[in-house]
Design a binder for this molecule. Structure first.
Ligand code: NAP
Length: 294
């Protein structure tokens, strides 16, 4: 079996960590791309304690910062000559947050982390994915968009400068943008060996201790929600399946649920005109450049 190289962002917790364990256990090399060295290494120790033979490493990557993404890509390219799998798992969602927070680069954090970061990272790695016989990109959205089905990207105000900020609104806007991006990119790459698919993550147990500032009410709410949620390990099986299964070599531009079944997203996300507008807006953010040698 050919050993694949797989980058998983935000692999120090939850579904990303579980997916790292599964892809590693399948005999592939996993790069845990994490913003905290300490949290990344602690996850790596955990993976190794479960499976001593796992081939994995931590590389530092803060998905909210374009400078960090450029740095990560330079470090990756200094070490590797191709990339087989890129899983955009990392996301920012802190229900205790009341106001929009800007990153040190001046962009609203949810938009920067959950949408702009994945687009920039993919773009900078495209040549390396092309060098793989079957590069696979997985983006992550949310089943919550079934209820929030009228969500659109606010092209005039994606960063909530003039409208009232709410974490769910910012989060679902970013996840909606990721679905649009998936379909758009799959079309752009249709003549290549790279596939791009999006996963509709359902209600998955999270480690609530990661959010010390949430109110008692929200803690209670999470407890109730978690009674119906699946484990990160179960959800990660879909990541692993779409990343590795040979039957998916040519499947691209699709949206999958936790049962590995194709599902539909909102009508808005399929509009090519809207996608052009969203992607034009997205690329306007990449001041340092989004091209491979930028
Ligand atoms: N859990 C659910 O019910 C649910 C539902 C729908 C969709 N999802 C999606 O599923 C994916 C995984 O979620 P999860 O439940 O596993 O969440 P989680 O346990 O909170 O893990 C999120 C991961 O993202 C990382 N992250 C956050 N901001 C980052 C940044 N700027 N740079 C790099 N890494 C960053 C976190 O690292 P730190 O430790 O540094 O914060 C953590 O490793 C996300 O895309 C999420 O939106 C989850």
């Amino acid at each position: 079996m050919e050993k694949k190289i797989c980058i998983i962002t935000g692999a120090n917790a939850g579904i990303g960590e579980a997916a790292a364990g599964q892809v590693g256990a399948a005999g592939h090399h996993v790069i845990l791309a994490c913003r905290s060295k300490e949290r990344g290494e602690s996850a790596l120790r955990k993976l190794r304690s479960n499976n001593i033979h796992i081939s994995a490493e931590v590389m530092i990557l803060d998905m909210s910062l374009q400078s960090s993404i450029h740095r990560f890509v330079r470090a990756f390219k200094a070490k590797y000559d191709h990339l087989d799998i890129l899983i955009h798992n990392a996301a920012y969602f802190d229900i205790s947050q009341k106001q929009a927070i800007k990153t040190t680069e001046g962009i609203e954090q949810v938009w920067a982390t959950n949408h702009l970061g994945p687009v920039l990272l993919t773009n900078l790695l495209l040549g390396y994915l092309m060098a793989s016989p079957n590069g696979r990109i997985l983006t992550i959205a949310s089943k919550g968009l079934v209820i929030m089905r009228h969500t659109k990207v606010d092209l005039e105000d994606p960063e909530f400068e003039t409208r009232r900020f709410s974490v769910p609104k910012a989060y679902y806007q970013s996840k909606c943008a990721q679905i649009i991006y998936t379909y758009w990119l799959a079309k752009k790459l249709k003549e290549t060996s790279i596939t791009v698919n999006c996963i509709r993550v359902t209600n998955v147990k999270i480690d609530i201790s990661r959010y010390p500032n949430i109110s008692r009410f929200n803690k209670w709410l999470y407890k109730q929600k978690s009674k119906k949620s699946i484990t990160p390990e179960v959800m990660a099986k879909t990541y692993t399946f779409l990343a590795l299964d040979p039957r998916f070599e040519r499947v691209t531009g699709r949206y999958f649920n936790e049962h590995n079944e194709e599902v539909k997203s909102s009508a808005y996300t399929y509009s090519e005109d809207e996608a052009e507008k969203v992607m034009k807006l997205t690329f306007s953010y990449f001041k340092e450049g989004a091209e491979e040698n930028a």
